[in-house]
Structure formats: structure tokens, C-alpha cells
Design a protein around this ligand. Structure first.
Ligand code: NAI
Ligand code: MG
Length: 357
């Protein structure tokens, strides 16, 4: 039978995005080869300051034709604030992908890796291992609202939360499916129905309705205030945590922060139906302060590659990469400086590639 070949759009972007991307590609290539999976990379230079400098825009007008048919987009980082304001660079690229490719799931693992010190006392690898699922298109981050009577005593502003049944149900379905696929089969919902008394009770109602379709999944809910406290006090309680756009935004920064450095955290912006390609990228940005020195940690980029392969259905390849990351991090000398090691970006990437089995 004809072997499936994945087509990946590769966009390194700015700063350390350009330095960590080759390591991500190196590891994917090594893992794909070992597991007999065919991956084709198509490289694009847009969504970067260099492109903007030449063309006066972040992306070509036909960017959707160029990358819209790929199986996934592998993205480094965008932003060069000394030369271009962030609202132009990010809204001209990354935010367009998220909106126009309807990437309504933002997914981040929260996992304590060997050799990475946690800011939480007495936690060891295995203690913290869960996913944060954030609604990525609606909710609190709506454009419904406005300002009236500016500069008068009557001045007021309003911005309305928008929750649609379609939008809420599809993120909950994704989260319940993920929980069902995991050994613990446990879902936690972030709410605040005691204070936000219209939209959050609605969210809770949809969670209850969705839960009935997943009888094997145990579920609970916490108000967002105590939930953030429990991330810190009891990170071992969680398996899959789902939240609205605002709550998910907070939790998806807090969670990875509890497991160490920004240099290793990966993320996915996902369109689960596959109507459009999903974007996989490290959580960190272009890090202008260390760009050009070859010292950036490539693990966030590499781990994002593992998430991408898992999304494409290649769980074995993904697991092989995550295992190689774990073994590399466990060895002090193979880590980059942000983790107290002495490897540079390339040495760390090569080490992970060699550890893949
Ligand atoms: P940043 O994540 O680029 O850097 C924050 C700090 O973490 C810096 O001190 C940096 O050196 C360090 N750091 C980040 N990644 C690292 C790595 N892989 N290895 C070692 N150290 C690392 O965030 P910052 O400085 O706020 O933003 C810089 C630019 O990146 C801005 O233009 C911002 O808008 C953009 N940005 C883009 C994102 C994206 O493309 N998704 C996400 C976050 C920021
Ligand atoms: Mg955030």
C-alpha cells in the first residue's frame, strides 16, 4: 500500500525561532526515519521581520494558498519589538493563523521532566503530568462592546463575553475525548459560576451535558480562584483541565510555569476536524536578548514537533521523541545553559536526535 507522506509547512520566524527550528527538524527527521514515517518539509520565510522589511507586510496576500493545504504548520516564534511593534507582527501572522484556520483548541502539556527543577517544593517527575485545554476563539476575548461618552463623567466601557453552544460544546468534546484516551480518564472544568452568573452557569450546564456522553470519564469542576491555588498546592490532582478563553489563558501559563523553564514548553493551536492545518510552536517567543548566540534551548521546539506528530496520528513517533527529551534532560551536560548545562542549541538538538529510539 502507498505510504502516507505528511507535508509540513515550516516557518521559523524571528530571533531564536531560526535557531531552534533546525533542531526541531533534525529530531523529527531522526524519529520519522526510525519509525518508517515519511515527512516532507516545505520552508517559508514569511511571518518574520526580515520578510516584513523586504515586502512591507508580514505575509504575502496568498498565504492561505501557500500553507492552507499542508497537514500541519511547524512554527518557531515571531516578534522583533526593536524594529516592529508586536501588534503588527503577531496580528499580521500568528493571530491570523489562529483565527482564519479556526484553531479553536489551544493545547499545552504540563509535565515535570527529569532534571528540570520545579519551583514547587518536593515534586519529582511523574508527580505532575496533565494537559491544559483552552478555548481559543470566543468567550471573554470578544469584540462585542464599546466605549461611550469618552472624556465625560458618563464615560463607560463594556466588553461582552460571548459563548456559543457550538463553541463551548466543541472545546468540551475535545477535552473529554482527550481525558477518555488517558489512563486516569479524569477531566476538570474551570468555572466561576458563583460570580459570573450567566455565562459560567451555562458553561457548567454544557459540561454536565457533555459528561453524559462520556460515562467512563470522571469529572469535577473548581472555581478559577481555588483552581489556580490547587495547580500550585496539588498539581498531582489533575489529568485534563479545560477552560474558557480567559481562564484557559491563565492556566496554560501557570501550569507550565509550575514545571520549570519556558525553554522547554510546547503548544498546539489545533483545528481538530482537520478542515485547516494546526500550528505547533514553542510557548516562548523570539528571545531577542539571547538571539544570535546559539544558546537557546531547543526542547520547546522539539517537543512541539512531538505534539504535531501525535496530532497527525503518529503516537509512537511522538512518544519516541518525548522519551528522547526526557533522557536528554536527565543528563546534565546535554542540557542548555538556562537549565544549568553547558550544551549549545545544536549540541542539545543532536543529543535528542541520537536518543530517539
Ligand atoms: P520570550 O519568550 O521571547 O523571552 C522571555 C525570556 O525567556 C527571555 O529572557 C529569553 O531569553 C528567555 N527564553 C525564551 N525562550 C528561551 C529558550 N528557548 N532558551 C533559553 N531562554 C529562553 O518573551 P519576550 O521577551 O516577552 O518576547 C520577545 C518577542 O517574542 C516579542 O516580540 C513577543 O511579542 C514575541 N513572542 C512571540 C510568541 C510567539 O511567537 N508565539 C510568544 C511570546 C512572545
Ligand atoms: Mg498567555
Amino acid at each position: 500500500s502507498a505510504k502516507k507522506q505528511y507535508r509540513i509547512a515550516v516557518i521559523p520566524g524571528d530571533g531564536i525561532g531560526k535557531e531552534v527550528m533546525p533542531e526541531g527538524l533534525r529530531v523529527i527527521e531522526a524519529a520519522a526515519k526510525k519509525h518508517g514515517v515519511a515527512v516532507q518539509f516545505d520552508h517559508f520565510d514569511f511571518a518574520s521581520y526580515d520578510y516584513y522589511e523586504k515586502h512591507g507586510e508580514m505575509m504575502p496576500a496568498d498565504w492561505k494558498d501557500k500553507i492552507g493545504k499542508h497537514d500541519a504548520i511547524y512554527f518557531g516564534a515571531v516578534g522583533w519589538p526593536a524594529k516592529i511593534p508586536d501588534h503588527i507582527s503577531l496580528w499580521g501572522s500568528l493571530i491570523k493563523f489562529r483565527r482564519e484556520f479556526d484553531q479553536y483548541v489551544n493545547l499545552r502539556p504540563v509535565r515535570l521532566m527529569p532534571g528540570v527543577p520545579s519551583p514547587l517544593a518536593n515534586r519529582k517527575p511523574g508527580d505532575i503530568d496533565f494537559w491544559v485545554v483552552r478555548e481559543n476563539t470566543e468567550g471573554e476575548y470578544s469584540s462585542v462592546g464599546g466605549r461611550m461618552f469618552p472624556d465625560t463623567d458618563r464615560e463607560f466601557v463594556t466588553q461582552q463575553t460571548v459563548m456559543t453552544r457550538t463553541g463551548v460544546d466543541r472545546i468540551l468534546k475535545f477535552a473529554f475525548e482527550l481525558a477518555q484516551s488517558r489512563p486516569k480518564k479524569h477531566l476538570t472544568s474551570a468555572t466561576k459560576s458563583n460570580g459570573i452568573s450567566i455565562t459560567m452557569p451555562y458553561w457548567d450546564e454544557r459540561v454536565e451535558a457533555m459528561a453524559r456522553k462520556y460515562p467512563k470519564v470522571k469529572w469535577d469542576k473548581y472555581h478559577i480562584d481555588i483552581l489556580t491555588a490547587n495547580f500550585v498546592l496539588h498539581p498531582d490532582w489533575f489529568d485534563v483541565v479545560v477552560g474558557s478563553n480567559l481562564f484557559g489563558d491563565i492556566l496554560s501559563d501557570l501550569g507550565p510555569a509550575c514545571t520549570g523553564t519556558i525553554g522547554i514548553a510546547p503548544s498546539g493551536n489545533i483545528n481538530p476536524e482537520g478542515d485547516f492545518p494546526s500550528v505547533f510552536e514553542p510557548v516562548h517567543g523570539s528571545a531577542p536578548d539571547i538571539a544570535g548566540q546559539g544558546i537557546a534551548n531547543p526542547i520547546g521546539m522539539i517537543w512541539s514537533g512531538a505534539m504535531m506528530l501525535e496530532h497527525l496520528g503518529e503516537k509512537q513517533v511522538a512518544d519516541a521523541i518525548v522519551g528522547a527529551i526526557e533522557r536528554t534532560l536527565a543528563e546534565r551536560t546535554l542540557r542548555t545553559r538556562d537549565l544549568g548545562g553547558n550544551a549549545d542549541t545544536t549540541a542539545c538538538g543532536k543529543a535528542v536526535a541520537e536518543m530517539v529510539d
